[in-house]
Design a protein around this ligand. Structure first.
Ligand code: UD1
Length: 344
């Protein structure tokens, strides 16, 4: 019998790519998403790629009654992959309560129901933001968790602690927290990709929207950092490579191969790339010009961070496969495809 996986936030950017990989591997998927930052047509893209339309329920996981009803209806769920959360760093500084309420209450509702229904396996969507500006680079999973730079980052730290505490109280429950670096790019089919609502906060969607003419120019936030070209450095990971890591983590849980009941893994390429290098590589791999200007630093940005992914490589047997060039090209193909569809 096929094993059933609940993917919360499965209509979103990383969620939708993960649903594709799960369905390709033969898992049955049920998505819960409130569509607060995503659009339902993503399900059409998933269906075209995989030939399977995932089961979908639209509600807010902060609603405890609806969440409990859902879990009572879907008793056969074997694993929960929890993506659904707010993720804009700047917005979280403006609206901290909204972030704490949304990201933490939904998590607690899910955990409560997992416990009640004896669902033993959780993959949690965490972030490199838990490290703040690390003292040593590349950053390993053993690096100290520093005070978060934003309420958003704090919700990820607190979420990991909540999961850890629950696991300590219950031997049956196991979780893997995946700490993503900067996910970019789109599925190679260009049928799903990142779909920011309104003005993008993140670098690559801003670049693709500038290249296609939707935005006048990209603002590069700061060129006076202590980095070779003065712009910030991040570790940009292809979203399909990232999605595949979720399937590997899920298999590890189902095969009971975890070494501890709560494990954390960095998911990155291990390579630090500056903002200006991203712009140059985008221009080279797509042949598109990106207008940009240098402006002041953005509040809350860390100067540089990239991952040591050795633990994930060795323990999970997973590594990134797609180059930065092909990843940026996939983001561009997605932008073009999406706009041509909208203009039909
Ligand atoms: C941050 C978090 C990440 C979180 C993500 C969610 C850190 C280290 N990372 O990513 O965990 O999941 O937000 O949104 O806290 N930039 C520009 N111009 C732009 C946009 C971005 O120059 O218009 C620069 C930023 O200054 C940064 C880089 O591009 O140096 C990447 O920014 P972004 O894509 O927003 O991701 P992070 O802030 O690194």
């Amino acid at each position: 019998m096929k094993q059933k996986v609940l993917v919360t936030g499965g209509v979103g950017y990383i969620g939708s790519h993960t649903v594709v990989e799960l369905q390709n591997e033969g898992y049955d998927v049920v998505i819960v998403d409130n569509l607060s930052n995503s659009v339902i047509s993503v399900l059409d893209g998933i269906t075209k790629i995989t030939g399977i339309r995932p089961e979908f329920e639209q509600f807010d996981l902060c609603d405890s009654v609806k969440t409990t009803n859902f879990f009572q209806k879907h008793k056969e769920i074997a694993v929960v992959i929890h993506f659904a959360a707010f993720k804009a760093v700047g917005e979280s500084v403006q609206k901290p309560l909204m972030y704490y309420q949304n990201n933490l209450i939904s998590l607690m509702n899910i955990l409560e129901n997992m416990k009640r229904q004896q669902i033993q396996n959780l993959v949690f969507s965490s972030s490199c933001t838990v490290y703040g500006q690390p003292d040593e680079l590349p950053v390993t999973e053993k690096a100290p968790i520093k005070k978060a730079n934003s309420p958003y980052g704090n919700t990820k730290q607190i979420s990991e602690e909540i999961i850890y505490d629950l696991i300590c109280s219950d031997d049956n429950l196991k979780a893997i927290a995946l700490r993503y670096f900067n996910p970019i790019g789109a599925h190679e089919s260009a049928l799903i990709g990142e779909l920011p609502i309104g003005t993008p906060n993140n670098l690559v969607p801003y670049i693709t929207q500038t290249a296609i003419g939707k935005r006048k120019e990209l603002s590069v936030f700061g060129n006076d950092y202590h980095t070779p070209d003065g712009s910030c450095i991040r570790d940009y990971i292809n979203v399909v490579d990232l999605a595949k890591a979720h399937v590997v983590a899920l298999k590890r849980l189902l095969a009971k191969k975890t070494k501890q009941n709560f494990e954390t893994f960095n998911l990155g390429t291990g390579i630090g790339v500056s903002v200006l290098e991203i712009v140059n590589t985008f221009e080279k791999s797509t042949g598109q010009k990106v207008n940009y200007k240098i402006v002041g630093r953005r509040d809350g940005d860390v100067e540089k961070v990239w991952s040591d992914s050795k633990y994930a490589n060795d323990e999970l047997g997973w590594k990134t496969e797609r180059s930065l060039e092909e990843t940026l090209l996939s983001a561009w193909n997605w932008e073009k495809q999406y706009n041509s569809k909208k203009n039909e």
